[in-house]
Design a protein around this ligand. Sequence first.
Ligand SMILES: [Zn+2]
Length: 266
Amino acid sequence: MSAFTRFAPSPTGYLHLGHVVNALYVWRTARTIAGRVLLRIEDHDRVRCRPAYEAAIREDLAWLGFVPDEGVEPPVRQSDRGPIYEAAFARLRQTAHVYACDCSRKQVGGERYDGRCRERGLPDGPGRGLRVRIDPGVERFTDLLLGPRVQDPARQCGDVLIRDRDGHWTYQFAVAADDMHQGITHVIRGADLVDSTGRQLRLGRLLGRETAPIYLHHPLVLDSKGEKLSKSAQATPIREMRRAGLAPEAVIELADASLKERPHGF
Ligand SMILES: [Zn+2]
């Protein structure tokens, strides 16, 4: 299988330095492993995503010199992939225990779902989510930067939500289905997502994936308060840097410099 990775922004805002750091890791790793890069637009959240942001992200990426090998023409968007998620879900239903759950986010509380609807036998329907049972057992992987990791998704998060109560596929499910269907061999993403890797591996296997992807979780760019840029009010869009007259090379240097400041910033 040839090496294939992805750059997968959500069009919920403009590209900022955090994205540039991720893009640097994605394209540099792709070069190292002689792999290709897919641009995948993660717009499964219809409420927050905007076509104007997607257009701006594509334009800023091109300006910075990041050229995807796939996903430019035709574009690859999660919002166009409903039939693929339906098919993945139909298969999941046959091989795993999938059940309806009417718990609100508030009822679930923290990150772990205790499985209280597992044996209730609720029918599917409006206002009900769908979960898949996650059996106890560890997932092991060797992160290309962080080294060996062991996670137990049943203890961490419990049964994973596949479709939410509004009928939308969840991020965890859509990404696991996409990575498998698109043949992604290397997943390169921010260290804030490392805790969900075990459940991604488990979901992939439940979906029928035979060879797990290789993971690399990289340090994040934080603002002066230690907040992740995507959640920060201080994140300057690349657009604004362009308007202020910065050259693409200068923006890349800024991203590189932010990494040197925090080489062990996990
Ligand atoms: Zn429930």
